[in-house]
Design a protein. Structure first.
Length: 394
């Protein structure tokens, strides 16, 4: 019995076009650009029976804003190293805006700069993803599984696929712009709620505290009553603030999902701080994260935010790494935020204490979704802190 790949290849143009249509329809289920690119690459590799596939979206600094691959394991990708630059055959395709079909890419003059750990590529097919005269990206395949390398028919099919991919990428970018507008609207709504619900109580609290200070010497009994009022108003303000925060589902998270939202958050922090902030997502974790409930997504995202904020503000770290991985046989998700800063003292990291640094809040969030939070740290320069959250699936 032939494989699905062989069936698609042998069934003729109709089946191939159906495969293109199916891949493009699959793209519409994903709203983030990164997820769209991943679906495109996987679909192209399956469609044309390629061992390796990649798609790069160029930036304005000689590198790639996005670069996704298929056929390379996470360990292999880490060994390869940093994202490629716009050099060699990638530069040729960006410059000429034309397909490249080669029997052996290693013999080409433009073949250069490949890392030692990079898989060996031979037969090669690359096509630009174009929107009019603009090149949105390049998609390329290597090492066709069937003998004989890529054919002219393969090139026509990949060109057709790239045209549909251009539409999908453009739509994904429009979705992201719309979500950015949604974020602004949500922030404005939150500002109004904070003003209406919290600011007035804080204003009253301030006046009451001033009155208590003025009465302290001449009317101690009334001062005590005023201080009781201060405590009550402070409690009400805190309750209102927590209610507003609890209602706020991050707009990016609602549209993008957990992985894309974390990636965007980390990229912003990495640009804004001297500390290097990075994100590593194991392949298994991406699927697990997509299956989390809204409540679980929010808990993981908020705990990651708080842990990274602590590391940036208090640890004096040079690097902060956010990691998502599978949590083992139970099917859950594991979040780790690891820094190389000066660490916490035993009192701050003690789970029995309700100390500062947001640890109590993180533990409450973890417990609310049936998760477990642990903090490993020692108070010494360079020892760092590891915040680990494990949440069940669902």
């Amino acid at each position: 019995m032939g494989t699905e790949r062989e069936t698609c290849r042998d069934a003729g143009p109709g089946a191939a076009l159906h495969a293109v249509s199916s891949a493009v329809l699959a793209v519409t289920r994903h709203l983030s650009v990164h997820e769209v690119l991943q679906v495109i690459v996987r679909g192209a590799a399956q469609l044309l029976d390629a061992r390796y596939a990649a798609l790069g979206v160029p930036d304005d600094e000689g590198s790639f804003a996005e670069f996704v691959v298929e056929g390379v394991t996470d360990a292999e990708w880490r060994a390869i190293g940093p994202l490629p630059r716009q050099h060699g055959m990638l530069a040729v395709m960006l410059r000429d805006k034309a397909p490249q079909r080669l029997a052996d890419i290693r013999t080409e003059p433009a073949f250069e700069g490949w890392p030692v750990a990079h898989p060996v590529l031979k037969d090669f097919l690359g096509v630009p993803i174009r929107d009019g005269e603009d090149v949105l990206g390049i998609i390329f395949l290597a090492n066709k599984r069937a003998p004989g390398g890529f054919t002219e028919a393969d090139q026509e099919l990949l060109t057709l696929f790239a045209a549909h991919a251009a539409i999908a990428i453009a739509n994904a970018r429009l979705h992201e712009r719309n979500r950015e507008l949604t974020v602004v609207e949500e922030r404005n709504r939150l500002a109004r709620e904070l003003h209406d619900a919290v600011a007035q109580k804080l204003f009253s609290l301030r006046l009451t505290a001033q009155a208590a200070a003025a009465l302290a010497e001449r009317d101690p009994a009334r001062t005590v009553r005023e201080l009781d009022q201060v405590q009550r108003l402070a409690g009400e303000a805190l309750a209102e603030l927590r209610a507003v925060i609890h209602e706020l589902r991050p707009a990016d998270l609602a549209g993008d999902g957990l992985v894309a939202s974390l990636r965007k958050h980390v990229e912003v922090l990495d640009r804004a701080h001297e500390t290097r902030v990075g994100l590593t997502v194991e392949r298994e974790a991406a699927g697990l994260a997509a299956e989390l409930s809204d409540e679980h997504e929010i808990a993981v995202f908020r705990i990651a935010q708080e842990a990274v904020h602590n590391a940036l503000r208090h640890a004096g770290a040079r690097t902060v790494e956010v990691r998502l991985a599978g949590a083992g046989a139970g099917g859950g998700l594991r979040l780790e935020v690891v820094d190389d800063g000066r660490g916490l003292d035993a009192e701050a990291a003690d789970p029995s204490r309700q100390g500062g640094l947001g640890l109590a809040s993180m533990r409450e969030r973890a417990a609310s979704v049936g998760g477990a939070l642990t903090v490993d740290s020692r108070p010494a320069p360079g020892t760092g802190t590891r915040v680990r959250l494990e949440v069940p699936g669902g």
